[in-house]
Design a protein. Structure first.
Length: 205
């Protein structure tokens, strides 16, 4: 953890992961997390702890980078004598055409796309530990579905969920896929009308 940082964000979406663990497994995972944020460089006690901590570790690293940027910004402001004063807008600036506003909008849209693409890459990396168990094709389908978003959306599909545990979602995805294949491979039942049923029941010709 960074210097002078004595707290971290514990995301509510991790609850789904913990609910699917035994008390012993959950205890090992939370202890591993706390040791990590306290710079103890812990070694996972089990393969399960190691796999489940990967997406958590990525989120903690992103938060740490944001904190470091914030500290650097505060340091630069301090070197300049504090937060810069608001400049007075002159009449000449107000009367200029609003073409510059369009440029700002385009920049914001591009920034949004870049940010989403970065989060897509992070989501893809979080699936790597499950490659051996689920296979490339299933993970590609899972990735394409859950990273879908509209042109103006600021969030992808998985980010709109109240909670999203990758391990649990992958397990459900595989189960639904297998059920679909079973239904598809089942032979269609022939329809028999009421007359045919009576003939079969009473041996009528």
């Amino acid at each position: 953890m960074a210097e002078n940082k004595n707290s971290f964000i514990f995301y509510t979406e991790w609850l789904e992961t913990y609910e699917n663990l035994t008390d012993d497994e959950a205890g090992k995972l939370i202890k591993h997390t706390l040791k990590y944020v306290n710079d103890q460089d812990p070694k996972a006690e089990s393969k399960l702890t190691e796999l489940l901590f990967i997406p958590m570790k990525q989120a903690l690293k992103r938060d740490l980078k944001k904190f470091d940027k914030y500290k650097e910004k505060q340091r630069l402001n301090g070197a300049k004598g504090g937060r810069p004063k608001k400049t007075q807008i002159t009449q000449a600036l107000i009367s200029k055409p609003k073409k510059a506003d369009n440029v700002n909008v385009n920049v914001n849209v591009n920034d949004n796309v870049n940010v989403i693409n970065k989060r897509k890459e992070d989501f893809k990396k979080s699936l790597h530990p499950f490659l051996e168990h689920y296979g490339k094709d299933l993970l590609n389908e899972f990735f394409s579905y859950w990273t879908e978003h509209g042109e103006k959306d600021r969030k992808m599909r998985f980010e709109k969920e109240k909670s999203f545990g990758i391990s649990r979602r992958l397990s459900t995805w595989l189960k639904n896929q297998n059920n679909f294949k079973k239904e598809k491979n089942q032979p269609k039942k022939e329809k028999i009308n009421a007359g045919e049923l009576l003939k079969q029941k009473y041996g009528l010709s």
